[in-house]
Design a protein around this ligand. Structure first.
Ligand SMILES: [Zn+2]
Length: 364
């Protein structure tokens, strides 16, 4: 849990951009790449400064001070660590931003060699760097952007064929393959509010109230509290909404068990569609360990978009699979609960069910 800061006692430089010292130290202990570029840690005894993800052995807490960037560390007389090369973080971030813009402007997904050359890096190295910063490979990022364009073109009421070409696909077959993966449905079905898609559903009783569980043939597409068949019909107006069959009964049982027994973490098939950004946020949510919480800022930083705190909060709110994608594990930076689509009391209750398990796992 993030410690509450007394604003009076914090130097201006800290309140501007850096996490508080406890959060810095915690990020160092986790070797959290999401914090690279947000601050550096300098060691008084060795005179060396590192980025948070440095693989070197950790010094004692009392020998470390945290500074906003490499310039500040050098100005204070520290030298850059030769192992983690903290001065290169800014350059890497800039290269990834340049590559994102390059991909976004391209008509069709550019080859890795072209993206890397644009950013001024060797292809293999840049591939790894881009994935580390964004959670996606350059090719997957380009495909997501294209699928996103397809989705918005379809949403604007264009014909399916027109939307496919406008989104930058050379052939409809490619669009259909992508759409199955990114939109969860084929383009025709999507345009028509889910036509030809069969969705099975059931409302199950849980310790936290009635829960709607719904799935397409591919996987779970909706988990929510206090919703029923009519809400599902509103979301997927043209889909064929049917009651549970044996498969859905099985899925619903597993999901309901997750509420009453948080340590039970089944690997269930998901069928959710989202933009590249939403997908990255949801993946970051699924990476929060049981019994732990993160701030919206930490989630944004974890996907390499430290400035996108508000957008990260929005993407958390757009999560279609309550509890299974644990958006309830994200709090405000001051440690307060923040919002929850199904009420803050439920968020609190979910967290309380998970916290003791964490202590148990830690042997506390
Ligand atoms: Zn280092």
């Amino acid at each position: 849990m993030t410690k509450m800061l007394n604003p009076e006692a914090v130097p201006e430089i800290l309140t501007r951009s850096m996490p508080d010292p406890d959060a810095c130290w915690a990020a160092f202990l986790r070797r959290d790449r999401g914090f690279d570029g947000r601050f550096v840690g300098a060691v008084r005894t060795t005179g060396i400064y590192c980025k948070p993800s440095c693989a070197a052995r950790h010094p004692k807490r009392e020998n470390m001070i945290f500074l906003p960037d490499a310039d500040a560390a050098r100005a204070a007389g520290f030298r850059a660590c030769l192992r983690c090369r903290p001065d290169e973080v800014g350059r890497d971030r800039l290269a990834v931003e340049m590559a994102r813009a390059f991909i976004a402007e391209a008509e069709t997904p550019p080859p890795l060699e072209a993206v890397a050359a644009h950013a001024g890096y060797a292809p293999h190295h840049f591939h790894r760097l881009f994935k580390r910063e964004t959670g996606l490979t350059p090719a997957a990022y380009a495909r997501s952007l294209r699928a996103e364009r397809l989705k918005s073109a379809l949403g604007e009421g264009r014909s399916v064929t027109q939307a496919i070409y406008e989104a930058g696909y050379n052939a409809p077959s490619r669009a259909y393959a992508d759409a199955e993966k990114h939109l969860g449905m084929t383009p025709s079905a999507w345009k028509d509010g889910g036509r030809d898609v069969v969705i099975r559903h059931k409302v199950v009783a849980t310790g936290l109230g009635p829960m709607l569980v719904a799935a397409t043939g591919r996987g779970l597409c909706r988990i929510s509290f206090d919703e029923g068949e009519s809400d599902l019909r509103r979301r997927f107006p043209k889909a064929e909404i049917l009651p549970a069959d044996a498969r859905l009964e099985g899925l619903a049982t597993q999901v309901a068990r997750l509420i009453d027994d948080p340590a039970h973490a089944p690997d269930l098939p998901l069928d959710v569609c989202g933009t590249a950004f939403q997908q990255a946020i949801w993946a970051a949510l699924r990476a929060i360990p049981l019994g732990e919480t993160r701030s919206y800022g930490e989630i944004a930083a974890a996907i390499g978009r430290p400035g996108a705190v508000r957008a990260a909060g929005t993407a958390c709110g757009e999560n279609a699979l309550a509890v299974l994608i644990p958006c309830h594990r994200v709090l405000r930076s001051d440690g307060s609960l923040g919002g929850y689509a199904y009420g803050t009391e439920r968020k609190q209750a979910l967290l309380e069910r998970e916290r003791p398990l964490r202590s148990f796992l830690d042997g506390a």
